[in-house]
Design a protein around this ligand. Structure first.
Ligand code: PHE
Ligand code: ZN
Length: 871
């Protein structure tokens, strides 16, 4: 049996459901191998659906125990049930109650979808279509119901029982068992259902909303780890307060619970009132978490909390509208983090991750519109494009209409769609309504895949003091070359020799933004007293690739003089990128000198920003800039050489930065952005010193490892050392492993660092690590730390000429596919860049892909990625 290409579900085929479910009453008895779900669904025909249609409920791996209609057992010929569906042949043409009892095995559930056990804790994951693995249902986001859930369990096994909504009752259920009843008054789609049962510790506090509602907020974790849950709880409170001031959104239940589980396919899930998290994004202590972990926890706690309005109160009509909740919620969490931290620094981090993950996706075979038109497996569309490009679209919308109208439009969107399942059109309609603008052309951003190219040329006429900018936009030929143009907001300014040019005027630029809505256009600035350097796409005002031929000298002027921090950083990146692609000793010296002046002037004034300027474009970014035939080894070599040269040239400055920040490193740890910024600069300095002088660097890094008082510094030192082969490195790895033998999340960092070592020996190292007692294929975090870091973070070894790197990942995908297809499929997306690789490597990748394709009984998840990747 050969795997077929899975069939497609299409947006244009959307039809309202024939039936609606108003109420769901669940009685769930938890047991390790046979959990019993007694569900009563209160249904009625949908006036918008087909009258007298049979009722077809979704199921996945279910076993039906019994079925009743309005209190009477169903005759055998009245229905048909299989693991994957329940059909009621002749439903009454009026409201009715269907009672279905199903049984599932939570312990055997390795897909981590539906009801499963993680470390002995019962939990659920229902997005996108996991609820059908609990009971038969109309498992689609436009069917909204009010849920009441009784959860019963063994008291010793599961003293804590949590559900959606508010707790209404608890009590005894026999000698060893107890129950809790939860009621969620807010109608919701099934993907937001959740329950948790287990032995858990908690930290809690209360928050009073602007509407005066007292809310008990709690974070539940593995007992004994309560002291690592405080930061997440604090982030919950700050998120609640921020959503009130920034968006006027208040929380709407009496309790808000977050639960950390150790086996989770994604980052976290916004179940109503009961967010379930990958423990990686909850647990933090200075000894076990880095500054990056703290920032990620803050962002993801906020993200899931913000979904309460953008996702839950207003949900999606169908999964094609996924960006409606995800893009918008990413935008909201980015704004939150920017307010909590440094806005420019955060913006740079956002764009780096967009370029690292979304740009390549948009340039490869897995490219898709932000709102896809068709999918075979929706789980494969939780992508950087939907999330991050989706967020960029919301950001552009705000730039276009202005902050004030944006807020009014958001208010309108929430008001008009509260309690409804909405579409992208509904979203845009709210902004069109409050601004009177026609947003139809803007809406093309949702439809057209590919990263647009924005080519700009400039001309200066000194006699007339006139400066002309010519813009031309295009999409990659592989998408739709001749489609209508996009609406691209270009934030811009002109920079003179000693700073931004005052006095220059251009009628087409409003509030510093020019809106390009034609394929080509030209704008003119008057009263331009000297030849300026254009600063374009300030704050990265649109997710495009900018083609603008500037000299290094002009870029260095931007680095030194521009008022836009993003473009200052970008200017340095552009010089560095060119030096990676076209090495040149003379220009490298000039660049080093410019960096030196920059560091002298302001490294210590804004260390976080300075650290970003010192971080050169990644190998992936460099590969992305090569037109074709990518040779990862050549890129790696060129980038390493550049780093070495910069490290040598800047050595005295790096030393003095290191010394100036040394005192700070000994102070008690605080995860705040300013302290984190100082650590990041000192660690960037160390890393660059080591690049220029590996011997000295190894000694320094080893020393730093012993001195470190927190995980941030320790891991940074280990990362530096990891690039320097030798005994010191191996000793450091061994010491680290011994020290954190009981800390799986810390060992993930150790797995990840080793998996990314750009040396041929890494494959063997990985084989060894797969046998390490802490490694297991059943935990997604472990697999991602070791194999994922290799596939996505080690370009030279993953794409080895002999194909052995591809083979390692392909074998993992094959081994994982039957137990956890979601994680397997995601890992497989690492092959998405094969077409851009130099031919012999590309051929090896295809060989592996074909091997996977030939596996009998391949999951839909993996089959879909293989089929699309091979194209
Ligand atoms: N909806 C989750 C989020 O906040 C992501 C997710 C998707 C989690 C599917 C689990 C399953 O982005
Ligand atoms: Zn989300």
């Amino acid at each position: 049996m050969r795997t077929e290409t899975p069939p497609l579900i299409r947006l244009e085929e959307y039809r309202p459901s024939d039936y609606l479910i108003d109420r769901v009453d669940l009685d769930i008895r938890l047991a390790p191998h046979a959990a019993r779900i007694d569900a009563t669904l209160t249904l009625r025909p949908n006036p918008a659906g087909t009258a007298a249609a049979p009722l077809a409920l979704d199921g996945d791996d279910l076993r039906l125990v019994s079925a009743e209609l309005d209190g009477a057992p169903l005759a055998a010929d009245a229905y048909a049930a299989s693991p994957s569906g329940f059909l009621l042949r002749d439903p009454p043409p009026r409201p009715f109650a269907l009672r279905l009892v199903t049984e599932v095995d939570p312990t055997a559930n390795t897909k981590l979808m539906g009801l499963y056990r993680s470390n002995g804790v019962y939990c659920t994951q229902c997005e996108a279509d996991g609820f059908r693995r609990i009971t038969y249902f109309l498992d689609r986001p436009d069917v909204l119901a009010v849920y009441t859930t009784r959860i019963e369990a063994d008291r010793a096994e599961a003293p804590v029982l949590l559900g959606n909504g508010n707790l209404v009752e608890t009590g005894e259920a026999g000698p060893d068992r107890h129950f809790a009843i939860w009621h969620d008054p807010h109608p919701k789609p099934a993907y937001l259902f959740a329950l948790v049962g287990g032995r858990l510790g908690k930290v809690e506090t209360s928050f009073t909303t602007m509407e005066g509602r007292p809310v008990t907020c709690a974070v539940y974790v593995e007992p004994g780890k309560e002291d690592r849950a405080g930061y997440a709880l604090d982030a919950v409170i700050r998120s609640m307060a921020w959503d009130e001031t920034a968006f006027g959104r208040a929380y709407d239940l009496d309790v808000f619970n977050v639960v950390a589980v150790s086996d989770f396919n994604m980052g976290a899930m916004e179940n109503k009132g009961l967010n379930i998290f990958n423990d990686k994004y909850v647990l933090a202590s200075p000894e076990t978490a880095t500054d990056g972990d703290y920032a990620a926890i803050e962002a993801i706690i906020a993200h899931e909390y913000f979904h309460n309005w953008s996702g839950n109160r207003v949900t999606c009509r169908d999964w094609f509208q996924l960006c409606l909740k995800e893009g918008l919620t990413v935008f909201r969490d980015q704004e939150f983090s920017s307010d909590m931290r440094s806005r420019p620094v955060h913006r740079i981090a956002e764009v780096r991750s967009l370029r690292a993950r979304q740009f390549p996706e948009d340039a490869g075979p897995l490219r898709h519109p932000v709102r896809p038109r068709a999918y075979a497996e929706i789980n494969n569309f939780y992508t950087a494009t939907v999330y991050d490009k989706g967020a960029e679209i919301v950001r552009m919308l705000r730039t276009l209409v202005g902050a004030e109208a944006f807020r009014t439009g958001m208010d309108r969107y929430f008001a008009d769609n509260d309690g409804r399942a909405a579409t992208v059109e509904d979203f845009l309609a709210s902004f069109a309504a409050v601004t009177g603008r026609d947003l139809d052309a803007f809406a093309r951003w949702y439809e057209r895949p590919g990263t647009p190219r924005l080519a700009v040329t400039a001309a200066y006429d000194p006699a007339a003091a006139r400066y002309t900018l010519r813009f031309a936009q295009s999409l990659p030929v592989s998408t739709e070359p001749d489609g209508p143009p996009l609406v691209i907001p270009v934030a811009l300014g002109l920079v003179g020799e000693s700073g931004p040019l005052a006095g220059a005027t251009c009628p087409d630029v409003r509030d510093g933004v020019y809106v390009l809505d034609r394929p080509e256009a030209e704008i003119e600035f008057e009263a331009v007293a000297e030849e300026p350097v254009p600063s374009l796409l300030r704050d990265f005002s649109a997710p495009v690739r900018l083609d603008l031929a500037l000299t290094d000298g002009q870029r260095v002027r931007l680095l030194a003089q521009d008022s836009d921090p993003f473009n200052r950083w970008q200017a340095a990146q552009d010089v560095a990128l060119r030096l990676i692609l076209h090495p040149d000793a003379h220009r490298t010296e000039a660049f080093a000198a410019a960096l030196g002046r920059f560091l002298d002037g302001e490294a210590l004034a804004d260390p976080a920003f300075a650290a970003l300027v010192l971080a050169l474009p990644s190998e992936g970014e460099a590969a992305d800039a090569v037109p074709a035939d990518v040779d990862p080894d050549a890129i790696h070599q060129a980038r390493s050489d550049l780093r070495a040269r910069l490290g040598q040239a800047l050595r005295p400055r790096l030393e003095s930065i290191d010394a100036a920040l040394a005192r700070d490193a000994a102070a008690p740890y605080s995860p705040d952005a300013a302290s984190a910024g100082r650590r990041s600069l000192r660690n960037a300095a160390l890393d660059l010193i080591a690049a220029g002088d590996p011997q000295a660097g190894a000694a320094r890094a080893a020393e730093r490892l012993t001195e470190a008082t927190n995980m941030t510094d320790r891991l940074a030192a280990l990362g530096t050392l990891a690039l320097i082969p030798g005994e010191a490195r191996e000793a450091a790895f061994a010491e680290f492993a011994a020290r954190y033998a009981d800390e799986p999340l810390v060992l993930d960092k150790w797995f990840a660092i080793q998996a990314q070592i750009p040396e041929p020996g890494t494959l063997e190292r990985i084989a060894r690590l797969q046998g390490h007692p802490a490694f297991t294929m059943t935990n997604p975090n472990r697999v991602r730390a070791l194999i994922g870091s290799f596939a996505f973070g080690n370009p030279t070894q993953f794409a080895r000429r002999d194909g052995a790197g591809f083979a390692r990942v392909a074998d993992t995908v094959a081994a994982l596919d039957s137990t956890n297809p979601q994680v397997a499929a995601r890992l497989l997306t690492a092959f998405g860049s094969w077409r851009r690789l130099e031919k012999s490597r590309g051929a090896k990748a295809v060989e592996m892909l074909n091997g996977i394709k030939a596996i009998p009984g391949l999951s839909r998840d993996t089959a879909d990625i293989v089929a699309r990747t091979l194209g």
